[in-house]
Design a protein around this ligand. Structure first.
Ligand SMILES: [Zn+2]
Ligand SMILES: [Zn+2]
Length: 249
């Protein structure tokens, strides 16, 4: 069944990128006519920013904070995320939120290559350790059936890593499963989000002793990544990091 969803999504995405070669689209930011989701000018105006972020949840830290691997935000200093590292490609702000919302809710699969490229560049700047497994954060079967694709997988499969990391890391989409359908997190207050997700994830392929990087589109409270990381650690993963396209400020 999952294969059927993936084939449908792939057909849609390759049709989209195929058409985009001939058909001009509109830049998502300035609305000029161009081929990609962003025109060249807008891309140049929004370089990947390598400002300081919390090493464990990628929350932006005040400008001027000296960037080190050991940096923590206030929350992670007292309640650290069960991650060894978290990298974000950008803040979840206008106008990037439009591209992410389009990918997640509007079947705009043509936004995935640009968003994956931004995250790839952030990973390169952050010099992350290459994992053994790259695992997209899964949707429940019910949500996958409604949407037809998993936006996290669409990002993960387009990431480009440095060559040696690429040789080392395998994309394993069906390692982590969402075994319980939950209410959308955005509708819940922050303090209820983790409770809503307890027991939502199961690890269905061996990860014992492996270094895993989870990929997701947006990190808000971190509750989803927190629960997914716990499931991977309980299954014996040696190291768990998170790579997200955007982090809410
Ligand atoms: Zn533009
Ligand atoms: Zn933090």
């Amino acid at each position: 069944m999952l294969d059927l969803f993936r084939r449908r999504a792939l057909a849609r995405s390759s049709m989209g990128s195929g058409l985009a070669r001939f058909w001009p689209g509109q830049c998502a930011f300035c609305r000029c006519w161009c081929r990609g989701p962003l025109c060249e000018d807008c891309e140049a105006q929004h370089p990947v920013d390598a400002g300081p972020r919390c090493a464990l949840c990628a929350l932006r830290l005040p400008a001027g904070t000296r960037a080190t691997d050991a940096m923590r935000c206030g929350r992670c200093a007292s309640h650290p995320m069960p991650l060894s590292r978290c990298v974000a490609g950008m803040d979840y702000l206008f106008p990037w939120d439009r591209l992410l919302l389009g990918l997640k809710f509007g079947e705009r699969l043509e936004h995935a290559p640009l968003l994956a490229a931004r995250l790839s560049r952030a990973l390169e700047l952050a010099r992350v350790d290459a994992p053994d497994l790259i695992v997209p954060v899964p949707l429940s079967v019910q949500r996958l059936r409604e949407r037809g694709y998993n936006q996290a997988h669409e990002i993960a499969r387009r990431l480009t890593l440095p060559l040696d990391a690429q040789r080392q890391s395998r994309l394993c989409a069906l390692t982590l499963m969402r075994v319980r359908h939950t209410d959308p997190q955005a509708q819940l207050p922050l303090d209820e989000r983790r409770g809503n997700l307890r027991g939502a994830f199961a690890v269905v392929k061996p990860v014992h002793g492996q270094r895993v990087a989870m990929v997701d589109d947006v990190m808000t409270s971190g509750a989803t990544l927190h629960e997914a990381a716990l499931a991977l650690r309980r299954a014996g993963a040696r190291d768990v990091q998170a790579w997200v396209v955007a982090r809410t400020p």
